[in-house]
Design a protein around this ligand. Structure first.
Ligand code: NDP
Ligand code: HSE
Length: 439
């Protein structure tokens, strides 16, 4: 009879409480599949008194995460506190250094300290599993690390933040405000403790940095990721995108280029007919372009207690079975430095929304500035709000939105053209620029 795997859980919030519940409800299945039982022996959180809707009877309460990590009765520390620093970092490091295995959903920590922690895991023989850190219930870490262990990878991209996709979907489909949608995402347990990590793109950047390391065998480098969030996306951009045949998604893209690895996170217009445009709500999707194989796309729930707990349990099951894989798919010392491809050389189509002076010559000025940078215009639309040209009828120049779609060009050419247009004083405010991804 194999002894049970004794688990200590640090953090009993949205994910942690669900993990306790799932181990209780799926205990028999887990034991059958792993050949041994999984038993929660100790837990910790900030407040011992808080009601969590789970039965903690018979489970020891550790005073803090470090004591839990040091508890000789714990074989595997499950860290579900979050944050790129303390107390998660010391707890995980302490557990690994004493030869315990660790399961975590903490992408902020793995993106920042993953290499140091992986080195400790490799040295002391424990597992460091972080499937839940990327893509919620989607087994993307396992797919890259194990399923595609022998496949060269050229690009990994997708929707990696459930909160942002949920917000963009509801804004587009129900015409709700950004603030209302974010509030619902928080209520449903999708958002980070500080939701600016979601909406500013940092959460996606952390996940992308982890995927890029697994895909390309490079050191995790969150600083090498170009990041823009979704807070600048206005309802008029979503409406314009829809009329032009697009939908706006926050994408994370990591790809090999001749100039190095391009890693970028930004709102992106994708054709409505594309498969990524069909991914709605809290759902995430990740596509992998591997050499010699057609693209592989994994789609599934990207956030929330149940989805995330499912991935945490799969990682615990691997620990129980005795599976030990180098955390980043190869020894840390073999990971190469990331060569960052400059974003200015990014090539693609662009959507540009300008508030332009409604006077003769304005469109020509804009078109000339784009032409000077060798940018071809695929379409240009000038709109009079409500069809009424109030400013002109009052005898002064009104401002009208001008929407442009360009053919493929370079990022720095777009910036130069728009700076020139601003200097010409034919527009007011900052131009809105959204990159277009066609495949
Ligand atoms: P919550 O904020 O819901 O829960 C955090 C838990 O950590 C709480 O139980 C809190 O205690 C506890 N905690 C906070 N600080 C301390 C401390 N100093 N010492 C001990 N315990 C502490 O977060 P989530 O459950 O949403 O997220 C947990 C992790 O999972 C994060 O890394 C997050 O990024 C990741 N994740 C979350 C997903 C989601 O959909 N929510 C999806 C994928 C990953 P108390 O309850 O007493 O306040
Ligand atoms: N806040 C994250 C999201 C949780 O919305 O995707 C899942 O990692």
């Amino acid at each position: 009879m194999v002894a049970p795997l004794k688990v200590g859980i640090a953090g009993l919030g949205t994910v942690g409480a669900e993990v306790v519940r799932l181990i209780e409800s799926e205990g028999r299945t887990l034991a059958e599949r792993c050949g041994r039982a999984v038993q929660v022996v100790a837990v910790t959180a900030r407040s011992k008194a808080k009601k969590r809707g789970v039965d903690l009877g018979g489970i020891a309460w550790a005073k803090d995460p470090l004591r839990l990590a040091n508890d000789p009765n714990v074989d595997c520390l499950v860290e579900l506190i979050g944050g790129a620093g303390e107390p998660a970092l010391s707890a995980i490091e302490t557990a690994l250094k004493s030869g315990k295995s660790v399961v975590t959903a903490n992408k902020a920590l793995i993106a920042k300290h993953g290499l140091r922690l992986a080195a400790a895991a490799e040295k002391h023989g424990g597992a460091l599993n972080f499937e839940a850190a990327v893509g919620g219930a989607i087994p993307i870490v396992k797919t890259l690390r194990e399923g595609l262990a022998a496949t060269g990878i050229n690009r990994v991209y997708g929707i990696l933040n459930g909160t942002c996709n949920y917000i963009l979907t509801r804004m587009e489909q129900e015409g709700l405000s950004f603030a209302e949608c974010l509030k619902d995402a928080q209520r449903l347990g999708y958002a980070e403790a500080d939701p600016s990590f979601d909406v500013d793109g940092d959460d996606t950047a952390q996940k992308l940095a982890i995927l890029a390391s697994l895909a390309f065998g490079t050191k995790v480098a969150q600083g090498a990721v170009y990041v823009e969030g979704i807070s600048s996306i206005a309802p008029e951009d979503l409406r314009a995108a829809s009329e032009l045949g697009y939908r706006v998604k926050l994408l994370g893209v990591a790809m090999r280029t001749v100039k190095g690895i391009e890693q970028r996170v930004h709102p992106t217009m994708v054709p409505k007919s594309s498969s990524i445009a069909q991914v709605m709500g809290v759902t995430n999707a990740v596509t992998i372009d591997g050499e010699g194989i057609a693209p592989i796309t994994l789609v599934g729930p990207g956030a929330g207690g149940a989805a995330t707990a499912s991935a945490v349990l799969a990682d615990i099951a691997d620990v129980a079975r005795g599976v030990r894989i180098t955390p980043f798919g190869r020894p840390v010392e073999r990971l190469k430095a990331t060569e960052k491809a400059p974003m200015e050389r990014h090539e693609g189509g662009y959507y540009i929304r300008l508030m332009a002076r409604d006077l003769p010559g304005t469109a020509a000025t804009i078109a000339n500035r784009l032409a000077e940078q060798k940018i071809s215009i695929e379409s240009i639309v000038q709109r009079h709000p409500n069809g009424v040209d109030a400013g002109r009828s009052a005898g002064k120049a009104s401002q009208v939105p001008v929407l442009l779609i360009t053919y493929a060009t370079h990022e720095d050419a777009v910036h130069r053209a728009l700076q020139a247009v601003q200097r010409d004083k034919v527009i007011s405010g900052r131009p809105q620029v959204i990159r277009i991804e066609k495949n």
